[in-house]
Design a protein around this ligand. Structure first.
Ligand SMILES: NC(=O)c1ccc[n+]([C@@H]2O[C@H](COP(=O)([O-])OP(=O)(O)OC[C@H]3O[C@@H](n4cnc5c(N)ncnc54)[C@H](OP(=O)(O)O)[C@@H]3O)[C@@H](O)[C@H]2O)c1
Length: 283
């Protein structure tokens, strides 16, 4: 069975591609900037905002891994239309986020979940916490300020987060995409421990030997910081909303869902830091 993966060049999607191909599953790797085919991977051009790309990108895939659109108020209706047109697709795995199931039906991310749940297809929802890979791979969320100023810039207060390694999210995704028994279920995929951003900064500092420190920005300072990214205002608003949720403790939970799905312990922030933040691997 071929699996179609949306956001296949992103922090989570590229690892879903890796997890599936390691298991011998052919994938269609969808993004606006597809690379060259290799082995079991067929990169395909796909743009949520260009419907002409949808059917050719899907090809013969029967299962899809979706992340939906962020910071777009029409995300749910676009996802619903995409799934309605994807006649051959029978199984949908949506990557949502911790706590979305507890938000009102009209909240943008919950509306995307409901579009999937009401699509008439077999569905499973994965709800990860904040990705550890944001620290080194997401230029504007954290990576640039860490690289250029040793700042873990996060208006988080002292709230805790059960950080998820995207490799764990990917392994969970590969399971639910290829095994039976996950239909109509949601899994909250977190790491094994809750850290504050100050504790995370301390861990990155200790591992890298750099004077990394947490900057507990006010919402106004944070807006100014994100505005320097040149990203659309909707993205900035979305990020500030996510930090409001962090401060409210929404991302604090840790669960054993990953272990129940895979039989493995989730990766710890320390394991991530020791792999990625050694002095010799950071400039
Ligand atoms: N980051 C976190 O901490 C976190 C935590 C929990 C849940 N999530 C969920 O994870 C999702 C983000 O995943 P990620 O962090 O892996 O993404 P990412 O690293 O930001 O990558 C985004 C991916 O989407 C593709 N893309 C961007 N615009 C597109 C468009 N218009 N049409 C089609 N593809 C497009 C990008 O490729 P091209 O640019 O080549 O198109 C890329 O492959 C969000 O939905 C979020 O709710 C994130």
């Amino acid at each position: 069975m071929t699996v179609w993966i949306e956001g296949a060049t992103g922090k989570a999607g590229k690892r879903v591609v890796e997890a599936l191909t390691r298991a011998g599953v052919p994938v269609r790797a969808a993004s606006r900037h597809p690379g060259e085919p290799s082995g079991l991977v067929t990169p395909v051009r796909f743009d949520w905002y260009d419907e002409r790309t949808w059917a050719p990108a899907l090809g013969n895939a029967k299962a899809v891994f979706l992340k939906g659109l962020d910071s777009d108020d029409d995300a749910a209706s676009i996802v619903a239309r995409f799934l309605a047109e994807a006649g051959a697709v029978t199984r949908v795995v949506l990557m949502s986020a911790v706590g979305v199931d507890k938000t009102p039906p009209g909240a943008p991310r919950r509306a995307v979940e409901l579009a999937v749940e009401n699509s008439g297809k077999s569905w499973t929802i994965l709800r990860p916490s904040w990705f550890l890979q944001n620290f080194d791979e997401d230029e504007w969320v954290f990576a640039r300020a860490l690289r250029e100023a040793n700042e873990l810039y996060a208006g988080s207060g002292t709230s805790r987060v059960g950080f998820t390694d995207t490799r764990d999210l990917a392994e969970a995704a590969a399971r639910v995409l290829t095994e039976k028994g996950h239909e109509g279920r949601g899994y909250t995929i977190t790491g094994p421990e809750q850290l504050t951003f100050a504790e995370m900064a301390e861990l990155l500092a200790k591992t890298s030997g750099r004077p990394i420190h947490h900057v507990d920005a006010t919402p106004e300072e944070h807006r100014e910081h994100f505005a320097k990214s040149g990203r659309p205002e909707a993205w900035v608003n979305h990020m500030l909303h996510l930090f409001r949720l962090v401060r409210a403790g929404v991302f604090a939970p840790v669960t054993d869902d990953f272990e129940r799905l895979t039989g493995k312990k989730p990766r710890t922030p320390r394991e991530y830091a020791e792999e990625i933040w050694q002095p010799q691997t950071q400039s």
